[in-house]
Design a protein around this ligand. Structure first.
Ligand code: FAD
Ligand code: SF4
Length: 490
């Protein structure tokens, strides 16, 4: 810790943002960088508190606190303060394969657990991570590092999202020959086609996969395992197979009028938008320009759809959130967990700037979809709900009769969550699934019921976060290495 009283001397300052009015003109990242001296001051706020809860990554009941990757946060904060940026990058890369992703999109579980945050504002750990890795790339410190010796073992990874990339990166660096099979036309999973460019520029994803390719990882694109390629062949030809195919079954809404035209799933919508921004396709029927858009789902995915629809030039936007509106302030400290106060994400801020109101209708869901004569969605009937828990601990939802509202809609985007791994992938490998549709493994383990076949990321865990996908990928790679070599030094 370079500055013992830094946390008393300096105020928290996060990366500046382009204003909502300006940034909605394009799909470019809108978070700017702090200069190096400002980063140094922010790093000086880390008080090396003795027990770094920020890097603990522990479970409290069903909640989780601290960094799942156990990033060495006080250590790299100190390196920034001392001006040792190269050492800071070395520290960071010890635990995190892809800080350029987490430094942009991680919700920073570490900051909820920061001791400075108990009675003040937490250290800007997330932004510091971004600063370190971008400094490392800018200075040419990140260069291809292929392994010196190959083990002769071959591993197939199915899916190139953050989990698949982490597995591939770790096993390749260990000396195994890794082929990543990806059904999309570009690698990256939801990093490429899901999370929009204003949160994570696609050149950042490409920069990493190019680097991995230069290090010897082979990417086979447009390769749908279980359809174009036989699962049996992969099992026969490779020494191990790792399924990192995500949790890609979208949850539907089962209400009258669901068969209307003009209803799309969020990931399909966001994928089309990114492809159009990248110039890979022309504008499609999914484009929100001039339309009354309703997004079903109050989570991050729904917010990304709001931000995307606004950039496309929608006429109006409403987001249905089943949860009640949180309080403006928290009465008790939630440390080391996230509090549940009312917040606005970037898309909702943009809707405020453009239309003058938060687009969310809280405690609301869709009750009916109404069509015009051609079968196109025309309006949505919403209803208010109350969520509660019955005496057996089961969650119940009660509709409030008479609370129906009718709103115009000619593009309905479903962002209601995901229901696990697609059937054909699990079935083609004969992998057993858990009740929630994920691929089943032992607790804290990655081997499936099929010998030599492993699973990691959203496919195993259920839809989660990029940081968790990377953490699962790293832990799974270690288990695969042990399986291949009968010992592991990873
Ligand atoms: C819109 C959206 C926004 C999000 N925003 C954030 C965020 O801001 N921060 C955050 O931390 N998390 C965010 N998440 C969650 C995060 O993106 C996921 O938790 C993470 O990407 C999961 O990684 P994964 O590698 O397990 O799966 P995925 O990223 O889903 O990758 C799975 C890959 O497997 C491929 N695949 C599937 N089946 C096959 C097959 N049969 N053959 C070959 N390839 C196959 C898919 O094409 C895909 O590329 C967001 C999710 C969504 C949907
Ligand atoms: S990966 Fe996420 S939780 Fe971990 S240190 Fe970085 S921002 Fe914090």
């Amino acid at each position: 810790m370079g500055k013992p009283m830094g946390f008393l001397e300096y105020e928290r300052k996060t990366r500046p943002e382009i204003s909502p009015e300006k940034r909605i003109e394009n799909f470019e990242e809108f978070h700017l960088a702090l200069d190096k001296e400002e980063c140094r001051i922010q790093a000086a706020r880390c008080m090396d508190c003795g027990i770094p809860f920020c890097q603990s990554g522990v479970k409290y009941g069903t909640a989780f606190s601290g960094c799942p990757l156990h990033n060495l946060i006080p250590e790299y904060n100190d390196e920034i303060f001392q001006g040792n940026w190269k050492q800071a990058a070395a520290r960071l890369l010890k635990t995190n394969n892809f800080p350029e992703f987490t430094g942009r999109v991680c919700p920073a579980l570490c900051e909820n657990a920061c001791v400075c945050g108990i009675n003040d504002t937490p250290v800007t750990t997330h932004d510091n991570e971004y600063a370190i890795i971008e400094e490392a790339f800018a200075n040419g410190w990140i260069t291809p590092e292929p392994p010196e010796i190959r083990s002769g073992k071959r591993v197939a990874v199915v899916g190139s999202g953050p989990a698949g990339l982490a597995v591939a990166d770790c096993l390749n660096k260990r000396g195994h020959s890794v082929t990543v099979f990806e059904k999309a036309d570009r690698p990256g999973g939801l990093l490429m086609y899901g999370i929009p460019g204003m949160k994570l520029d696609k050149s950042v994803v490409q920069r990493r996969t190019d680097l991995m390719e230069a290090e010897g990882v082979e990417f086979l694109l447009n390769a749908d395992v279980g359809k174009d390629l036989s699962a049996g062949n992969l099992v026969d030809e490779y020494d191990a197979v790792v399924l990192c195919c995500g949790s890609r079954i979208p949850r539907d809404v089962e209400v009258p009028g669901r068969d209307a035209k003009g209803i799309v799933y969020a990931v399909d919508y966001l994928t089309e938008s990114t492809k159009s921004v990248l110039g890979m396709i022309r504008e499609t029927s999914m484009n929100a320009k001039g339309r009354d858009v309703v997004v079903v789902g109050g989570g991050d995915t729904g917010n990304d759809c709001v931000g995307t629809a606004i950039r496309q030039g929608c006429k109006s936007i409403v987001q249905l959130d089943r949860n009640p509106k949180g309080p403006e302030q928290s009465s008790a400290s939630s440390w080391p967990l996230k509090d549940r106060i009312y917040r606005r994400d970037y898309g909702q801020e943009e809707a405020m700037a453009l239309f003058g109101a938060d687009p969310r209708m809280f405690s609301s869901t869709v009750k009916e979809i109404r069509k015009d004569e051609e079968g196109n969605v025309r309006e949505i009937v919403t209803i208010q709900i109350v969520k509660s828990t019955d005496k057996n601990g089961r969650r119940t939802i009660t509709e409030i009769q008479g609370s129906e509202e009718t709103i115009p809609c000619d593009l309905l985007i479903l962002a209601a969550g995901f229901a696990g791994c697609e059937d054909y992938v699990a079935d083609s490998f004969g992998v057993t699934r858990a009740g929630n549709g994920t691929l089943k493994t032992g607790e804290g383990q990655y081997a499936t019921n099929v010998p030599g076949v492993f699973a990691a990321g959203d496919a195993r865990r259920g839809s989660s976060l990029v940081v968790w996908a990377i953490a699962e990928g790293r832990a799974c790679a270690k288990e695969v290495d042990l399986f291949l070599m009968e010992y592991t030094n990873m």
